[in-house]
Design a protein around this ligand. Structure first.
Ligand SMILES: [Fe+2]
Length: 306
């Protein structure tokens, strides 16, 4: 078993790379590289790309985890069904091992992909919260436009065999449960997984596996700087007539402020901010499956468009 660091990127196929590039630009990503056959989009943090689209029929292919070392790639390459270590023939280079999960999503474990300088932060200012005042003698003057995605935070997949999938991700990549939802018989049927970095605080979840009859993508989720970025992005996407899914609201599990949209091919993408950070000392939360969709404020899940 290895302990992955975080999710690196999601990989899709789509028949029109220009259309995907236009949407993702409006959503708050920036083109990193574009070839004849593939589009690589980045966030403002240093990862070379966080969203890959290959030319082809619209499809969610899978996603990648960042590994801590090349040695970890060696370890994962020994798992049954895993590829050998491959040198990646893509912008950013690096090495990867591929392994399919139980629903045949392609999971890449990557190391050594080139990083890029951070992009200049947009619409960031010191906020005055109650007793914590960080802005004195300055004004808030936001520039209308897309939100700015800072990083890819988590991925949600719909899975046909929860137990098998849960075991696959935990035993191979070292993911641990932050919250587990149980059914009326007390059986775990949903798990919010985070990476295990010991005492270091990490996001409440990097992967959520949701049991369903048909495997597919639930959504991919990008962190933005603050709630202003959520609302700015919301207005911008609404004015561009993109299809909205759910939000704005504040989740219970993970506590993020969220806003969900659809890309041109119907894949759900989320802006989120202000999520919970947990470490190895945080006990696993046990709750009902209903709570996974509850909000602390904002648009209720019954109004969610799927
Ligand atoms: Fe999410």
């Amino acid at each position: 078993m290895i302990k992955v660091l975080d999710v690196a990127y999601a990989r899709f196929q789509a028949p029109d790379l220009d259309l995907m590039e236009q949407f993702l630009g409006d959503f708050g990503l920036t083109t990193s590289e574009k070839t004849e056959n593939a589009l690589y989009m980045r966030c403002s943090d240093e990862n070379h790309h966080t969203h890959v689209t290959e030319l082809g029929d619209a499809k969610f292919v899978g996603f990648a985890f960042n590994a801590a070392s090349l040695e970890d790639l060696n370890t994962i390459a020994k798992v049954e069904g895993a590829s050998k270590i491959e040198e990646m023939d893509e912008p950013g280079g690096g090495y990867r091992v591929c392994i399919n999960d139980p629903d045949n999503f392609q999971i890449e474990v990557v190391y050594g992909i080139k990083t890029l300088p951070n992009l200049t932060k947009q619409n960031v200012f010191g906020a005055n919260f109650g007793d914590q005042r960080k802005r004195e003698g300055e004004f808030v003057r936001l520039k209308a436009g897309p939100s700015q995605c800072k990083r890819l935070g988590h991925i949600v997949i719909n899975v046909t065999d929860f137990e098998k999938t849960n075991k696959f991700y935990k035993s191979n990549f070292g993911l641990i449960s932050s919250d587990e939802c149980v059914d009326e018989n007390g059986k775990t049927c949903l798990a919010f997984n985070r990476v295990d970095q010991g005492k270091k605080f990490v996001d409440h979840h990097c992967l959520l596996t949701v049991p369903t009859d048909t495997a597919g993508l639930g959504h991919i989720a990008f962190e933005v700087h603050d709630v202003n970025n959520i609302f700015l992005g919301h207005e911008y996407l609404k004015n561009k007539k993109y299809k909205h899914s759910w939000g704005i609201g504040r989740h219970v599990l993970g506590s993020q402020i969220f806003d969900y949209w659809f890309d041109p091919y119907g894949f759900r993408v989320e802006h989120w901010t202000d999520g919970d950070l947990l470490n190895i000392d945080t006990p696993v939360g046990i709750t009902s499956i209903a709570e996974a969709l509850e909000v602390q404020w904002g648009v209720d899940s019954k109004d969610r468009k799927t």
